[in-house]
Design a binder for this molecule. Sequence first.
Ligand code: GCO
Length: 405
Amino acid sequence: MLTFPKNFLWGAATSAHQVEGNNSCCDWWRWEQCEGHKPSGAACRHYEFYEQDFDLAKELGHNAHRLSVEWARIEQEKGKFSQCDLQHYIDVVIALKERGIEPIVTLHHFTNPAWLSGFGGWANKRAVEYFLRYAEFVVRALAPHVRYWVTVNEPTIYMSHAFLFGVWPPEKKSFFKAKTVENNLAVAHIKTYRMIHKTYDKMKLPAPRVSIAQNMMAFVPCTSSRKDKFAASLRDRLYNFGLIDKLTRAKTLDFIGVNYYSRQLVHLKKWGVGNIIWDTCQAGHQPLPKNSLGWDIYPAGLGDILLKLKKYGIPVMITENGICTTEDEERWEYISEHLKNIHMAISKGVPVLGYLYWSLMDNFEWDKGFVPRFGLIDVDYKTFKRAVRESARKFADVCRTGILK
Ligand code: GCO
């Protein structure tokens, strides 16, 4: 039996574009209409059904919920800010508070207003100022109800998929552009962090806690060869900790948001720059169970990452951790094994604030569409009926008691 800290945050995470529906003014929506791309359409119609969804979260013992505000709704046209759409998000965070659920609000979760792409999007440094202007409009309105902010979700994933691999909009494949985007997102976080604290200070509100949500992966060398061990260590340092180091040096992380899912088994075919960055074991060595997207399930990797984060001396929040599977028993196994590793890290002095499962409900998994099902709650995409899964009920026992049996 494992007991978690008293005020531990327990809940789930979502993002606007993946659950709300009809987010038609954003870059993803335009991209989705192109041949061969999967449309998000009505998604889960969470924009209308958020109160019922939060009733379910409350029933499931959640005391925290992570959501994102959709920039493309707030600023459909450049410089025109919608008070009506802002009011929707005020209503959303109030609905959470009324149910005793702490909102954790993300300001950027992969999507952008369509007009932003018009001048190169995040590859243009003007995106930073436009983002800051949008963020301030939102933060001022939500500040009285929100204590936790995530400025940017997975900056590294966004810049790599959208500007390096070219598999997400705007489908650029440029190392230079990707590095520019990475830097612009880091500057956007730093400026937004400072704006948020200044806003709360001016409004005489208790200081908020602000972070990013950093995707972190366990990089495991496939063999004990020098090249595998070197490449795994380099990727760990650059991919997992590079941005964390930069933002902690800038003193702009009140906690570290960690999105953890999986392991990468590192095996170099040969010494080479591309090999060091990309090569993974293709021979099926050290096989592990996988999720329905083929990602290795490796709970120990989360424990290892949490222990490495201890040196920063700031709290950590698991802002995403989840499994897409058609077997709900696997979902509970995944959750409980990762919770055991989190508890191990806590027992070794890592200050973990909370755990947010990805995701509250099945939703739009970006370029993979609606096939991968991550939800604690099943969604029927024809009737939009919700059905609570058994894993959600088992997780609810932990949320209510703080004890993992
Ligand atoms: C991410 C995003 C989520 C994904 C989830 C499953 O981390 O990529 O935050 O939007 O849906 O991680 O891939």
